[in-house]
Design a protein around this ligand. Structure first.
Ligand SMILES: NC(=O)c1ccc[n+]([C@@H]2O[C@H](COP(=O)([O-])OP(=O)(O)OC[C@H]3O[C@@H](n4cnc5c(N)ncnc54)[C@H](OP(=O)(O)O)[C@@H]3O)[C@@H](O)[C@H]2O)c1
Length: 215
């Protein structure tokens, strides 16, 4: 697939690199300097290049949105017309010092994004993992003994969700379809918990949880 990265920081830089190594064509966009984008593209060692958000969006089969909440409007404006595009978002609606969600309970960042980019197909994914684990999960992919970690995603468009599930699998996770986009109201606060554990804890979280069906 052709994948445009909107926001090439911790999440966008790592996921874009992994997507390129998994065989996708990647355009890194939206960092404070062009040099950073070029460096990422070179280091990805795959079919990757640096570009503007509108170049990243133009022919993309999927876009990864990975900017701080305060930058969403700006990057969408620079990306231009996103009609029909699949946007996989890991951007969390967090305040300036990353300590709280500014949207919760009755909506979610993913749903607000879908209102901003009305004709795009938004899927929420990757926000429940800290960027620190991504290369490790990708590196373990295919190793006989490695158990794939699950990764939840949600969205309202089934075709867009198939695209997101493929990308999730390409990184090395097992995609878990959590349902419609409004489920992001519950995954985003969970992502905040993971972030707080990662940054306040010692060396990041090792979370384990298990669902049982009681009849
Ligand atoms: N990091 C995580 O583990 C994690 C996990 C789950 C969800 N998230 C969410 O994912 C989103 C991205 O997080 P992140 O940690 O990847 O953030 P980040 O490292 O700060 O990346 C943001 C990107 O936006 C760029 N940017 C910021 N201001 C800009 C400006 N004025 N003009 C052009 N580019 C600009 C940054 O440029 P530079 O590269 O030049 O700084 C960077 O490439 C956030 O919403 C966060 O809540 C993050």
């Amino acid at each position: 697939m052709r994948i445009g990265i909107l926001g090439s920081g911790l999440m966008g830089g790592k996921l874009g690199t992994i997507f390129a190594r998994a065989g996708h064509q990647v355009v890194f966009s939206y960092a404070r300097t062009q040099e950073k984008l070029k460096k990422l593209a070179r280091a990805a060692k795959g079919d990757a290049r640096a570009g503007t958000p509108s170049e990243a969006a133009r022919d993309a089969d999927a876009l990864l949105l990975a900017v701080h909440w305060s930058r969403v409007d700006d990057v969408l404006k620079q990306a231009g017309d996103l009609s029909g595009k699949v946007i996989v978002t890991c951007s969390l609606p967090m305040n300036a010092d990353d300590t709280g969600l500014v949207i919760a309970h009755s909506s979610s960042g993913a749903e607000e994004l879908a209102k901003k980019a009305r004709k795009a197909k938004v899927v929420s994914a990757f926000n429940t993992v800290p960027s620190e684990v991504l290369f490790g999960v990708f590196g373990a992919k295919g190793k006989a003994k490695a158990k794939k970690p699950d990764l939840v995603y949600c969205g309202d468009d089934e075709d867009a969700k198939k695209v997101a599930a493929r990308l999730i699998r390409d990184v090395g996770f097992d995609p878990v379809d959590a349902g419609p986009l409004r489920i992001a109201r519950y995954t985003e606060p969970f992502a905040l918990l993971v972030a707080q554990l990662a940054y306040e804890g010692d060396g990041g979280p090792e979370l384990a949880y298990r669902f049982e069906h009681w009849k």
